[in-house]
Design a protein around this ligand. Structure first.
Ligand code: ADP
Ligand code: MG
Ligand code: MG
Length: 873
């Protein structure tokens, strides 16, 4: 028969799934002999059973509860509902993961009109007894009967006013009795029933309320945000009360064993004398810093400090502890691993290794890779933040903090930035034409688009702050204003963006640069010792490459060449090339681009030295390089001296219904081999040049995008080799280079053995591979993915976390097929997933050699790769 209730002395800290976090730790503290008021835990399984039984606590479970209650009565020699010396309990929710939004704790349960008299006599403290009763009615009324809390507060405040009491401790017993009468009237009015007087009924109602709170909207939203499964359920802890409100030698407090903001090894917390439960955090009276307890009650302080130390050593992690002092006696009420900032997490982990409490591997596992993000971008100064006025909120698309004047198109941004202004680019949504503006801006704000919109992806790649999909924003790009409600912001007005929260603020807020402290470096070195995966970066410019190297990148896994095509000086030649009617014309236009491309690559090779660099041939459909609006087409036709009609015709011609599935990637090299030739030339020339200049070894990797069949790659590879040989002959130099392909079309994955005949490396382009495997475009998927997540079709956005079941299966297949053909084939990933910790673990498991991610995610990837290696030993 299933056991649904465990006394604290029957459990331990390994039983979290069953007893919840709070229950398991109360049991553990009991087990190691700490002063924990006795009690029992009704399991998470009982919660699930409650839902299965149609929201009824099963009779057998009720029976177990009362058996345990009896046991508890014997243990502390008090009886529940006893009119002379009543046992009182707290009822505390406790899920497996600590979750705000669950039901608040109820204290002093078991009091009623009779037992309160008994308690007053037994403790010889009438005021205390009535204070406890009034607290109980208030908590029970609020939490179980769902009567708005302010209605109780109102009654309390009124009584204080009438009696000129500043603090609730100044209320007399008679005042408290009056309040209780008013509370009971309120309960009767609101719930149409008398306040329940039977303690057993009170207890069952409270337990039931905890179970139902598992499915209150706040809790559901929290679970969704934090990937906590719905089926876990919550446990309920029933614990005998100890009292911090019995006078001046009683009190209650909370403390961390180390500072949760900085990691400093020093008790950090607060306490309040003559107080109960939530008084400390509720801000009723100002609590005192924990260090002060040493003066107030030296013995208790010493005992508490020892217990804190013991708990930290026992759990081998920083603890967040709740305690109560009853008439000079210390009781422990909770302990858990403390939540901390990224800075504190790193400092605590490294310190604990130095203190020999944990080993390096444990230290690595203590830090959530994504948490590092906080440390790698500018943030707002805390002080300045306090005075900031929030305008609205969008999606936190790319982290960091940005402040600047708003401009509404790329050109205006560039102009203002050239004048030395700090600028924020505001757009309905961005497109490749906005790149230059995005580069010049401090941050980007868009009204439309999701977490994988153009703005979001590009901004993350640049490590630039971006708030996207800000629905309340009404942007008028032509009038150069945006509105939120009836507030209007014009070109040149200051705003500030918080890319970590998605908040948008009025005016300018001071920012501060990231500081990578000494311990951060130490931790990264440990990670590097442990990881098997190499970490590369996606970088298109020497500047990005330099940032990435600073963060520890070991190579470039994806250098996109199209961004180079967009720059102002070059775009005319690019457009000429696209508009060419003959091969000769096209070659002439490409010849103009060649020196630019060569210099771009040379810059990158110089920055990267002997590290591997993978350069991808031109990928996007050509129409992206042409204007689409009539005025722009007219302007361009004048500029490049082609008739408007002819230009318009070409623009129309290049328009595609499904550009994602259209004339792009290697298909461009097949139809316009000249483009591939020019890019190959530029790569080989640049490599030879830098190799000679710096006297180093360079072996560029030329990557062909969007291959779907063996034959495509065969043709393009032949062309690359032929062109490279010509360049080498001409320069009279030798250079080693590799030719490989992206695996991003499902057909490439399933025919990877064929493709590996010609490819020296594979790099998984998981953005496209996800789109094509699912058959939806990521530019449109934002519209329905939220609904898919709500209906639990997707646990997570598959563009953020790799779909290991489907897309991952194709990857695994490609790895195996590729290796069967070519044993030493190099394998990597360059999609956005290359920076996602879960996806990185998957890449480790299927035996890739490297992951490539945006420069600012390199430290995250290093840590994630180390954790993957440790966890999959
Ligand atoms: P939360 O999960 O919100 O922290 P808890 O269940 O820990 O809620 O309860 C909050 C506070 O209530 C505790 O920190 C403690 O001060 C008080 N409390 C809970 N149970 C007891 C008890 N048995 N005796 C005295 N105080 C208690
Ligand atoms: Mg607590
Ligand atoms: Mg692609």
């Amino acid at each position: 028969m299933t056991k649904y209730v465990y006394a604290f002395y029957e459990g331990n800290k390994e039983m979290k799934t069953l007893l919840g976090g709070k229950g398991a730790n109360l049991a553990e503290m009991t087990k190691i002999g700490l002063p924990v008021p006795p009690g029992f835990t009704v399991t998470t399984q009982a919660c699930n059973q409650y839902y299965e039984d149609g929201k009824q606590i099963h009779e057998s479970i009720i029976k177990e509860i009362f058996e345990n209650l009896k046991n508890l009565e014997e243990k502390i020699a008090k009886k529940f509902g006893d009119e002379k010396n009543p046992l009182l309990v707290s009822v505390r929710s406790g899920a497996v993961f600590s979750m705000p939004g669950m039901m608040d704790t109820i204290l002093n349960l078991g009091l009623n009109d009779q037992t309160v008299i008994g308690m007053a006599k037994a403790t010889e403290n009438e005021r205390f007894a009535y204070d406890s009763y009034r607290r109980f009615i208030q908590m029970f009324g609020d939490v179980v009967l769902e009567i708005p809390k302010y209605k109780f507060d109102h009654i309390l405040e009124k009584e204080k006013q009438i009696n000129h009491a500043e603090l609730d401790t100044e209320l007399t017993t008679q005042n408290l009795k009056n309040i209780i009468e008013e509370y009971k009237k309120l309960v009767k009015k609101e719930s149409r029933k008398d306040f329940p007087q039977d303690p057993k009924e009170q207890l069952l109602m409270a337990i039931q309320a905890v179970f139902s709170s598992w499915n209150n909207p706040r809790a559901i939203v929290y679970r969704e945000l934090n990937d906590i499964p719905n089926h876990l359920g919550t446990a309920v802890n029933v614990q005998s009360m100890v009292f911090g409100n019995m006078g001046d030698t009683s009190g209650t407090g909370v403390a961390f064993t180390r500072n949760p903001a900085t990691g400093e090894k020093k008790l950090f917390g607060e306490f309040l004398m003559n107080a109960q439960g939530e008084d400390v955090v509720a801000g009723i009276r100002t609590p005192q810093p924990i260090a002060q307890l040493e003066n107030t009650m030296p013995k208790v302080y010493k005992q508490f400090a020892d217990v804190a130390n013991l708990l930290e050593n026992h759990y081998k992690d920083m603890q967040d502890i709740e305690f109560t002092i009853e008439k000079g006696k210390l009781f422990m009420l909770q302990t858990r691993n403390g939540k901390r900032t990224a800075t504190a997490a790193i400092n605590v982990a490294v310190d604990m290794v130095n203190e020999k409490i944990i080993d390096k591997e444990t230290a690595i596992l203590r830090i959530e890779p994504n948490q590092l993000d906080q440390l790698l971008h500018p943030t707002f100064e805390e002080k300045a933040m306090k005075e900031a006025t929030k305008i609205t909120k969008g999606l936190p698309a790319s982290p960091g903090a940005a402040t600047g004047k708003i401009y509404f198109n790329a050109q205006d941004v560039v102009n203002a930035a050239n004048e030395g202004e700090k600028v924020i680019l505001v757009r309905l949504e961005t497109s490749p034409e906005d790149i230059e503006g995005m580069v010049a801006a401090q941050g980007i704000l868009t009204a439309r688009g999701g977490m994988t919109s153009h703005a979001a992806v590009v901004a993350r790649g640049m490590g630039k702050c971006c708030v996207a999909g800000c629905g309340e924003l009404r942007v008028d790009e032509t009038k150069k204003v945006f509105k939120v409600g009836d507030k209007i912001f014009k070109e040149g007005d200051y705003i500030s963006l918080d890319g970590n929260t998605g908040n948008v603020y009025e005016g300018s807020i001071q920012t501060q640069d990231p500081e990578l402290s000494g311990n951060f470096g130490t931790l990264m070195n440990w990670a590097d010792e442990m990881r098997k995966l190499k970490i590369r970066t996606n970088a298109d410019t020497p500047k990005d490459a330099a940032v990435a190297v600073k963060f520890g990148a070991e190579g470039i896994g994806l250098c996109r060449t199209e961004h180079m095509f967009f720059e102002e000086e070059r775009i005319p030649a690019v457009r000429k090339m696209i508009l060419s009617k003959t091969v000769e014309e096209r070659v002439a236009a490409l010849d103009k681009l060649l020196p630019f491309q060569k210099n771009d690559f040379a810059g990158i090779f110089k920055e990267m030295g002997e590290r591997s660099v993978t350069i991808r041939l031109l990928d996007p459909p050509l129409h992206e390089f042409l204007p689409h609006h009539d005025e722009d087409i007219k302007a361009l036709s004048k500029q490049i001296e082609i008739s408007y009609e002819q230009l318009k015709e070409t623009v129309e011609e290049l328009k595609e219904l499904n550009p994602m599935l259209g004339h792009r990637g290697c298909r461009l090299s097949i139809t316009y081999p000249e483009i591939c030739e020019m890019q190959t030339k530029a790569i080989i020339m640049a490599a030879i040049e830098v190799k000679k200049e710096k006297n180093i070894d360079i072996e560029p990797e030329i990557m062909v995008p969007l291959i779907g069949s063996e034959k495509e790659l065969e043709i393009i590879k032949d062309l690359i080799i032929k062109t490279a040989n010509e360049v080498m002959d001409e320069m009279d130099e030798k250079l080693k280079f590799k030719v490989g392909t992206m695996i991003e079309v499902p057909r490439a994955a399933v025919t990877a053995d064929e493709i590996a005949k010609h490819a020296e490396f594979f790099s998984f382009g998981t953005n496209d591979l996800t789109q094509m495997t699912y058959g939806f475009s990521r530019d449109d998927a934002g519209k329905f993915i939220p609904e898919y997540r709500k209906k639990e079709i997707f646990e997570k956005d598959p563009f953020q976390r790799l779909d290991q079941v489907g897309v991952g299966k194709l990857m695994k297949m490609a790895v195996e097929l590729g290796k069967s053909q070519r044993e030493d084939i190099k394998l990597g990933i360059c999609g956005e997933h290359g920076g996602d910790p879960d996806s990185i673990e998957f890449c480790h498991k299927i035996g890739l050699h490297y992951v490539s991610c945006s420069p600012y995610r390199v430290p995250i990837a290093r840590l994630a790769a180390a954790r993957a290696a440790v966890q999959n030993k």
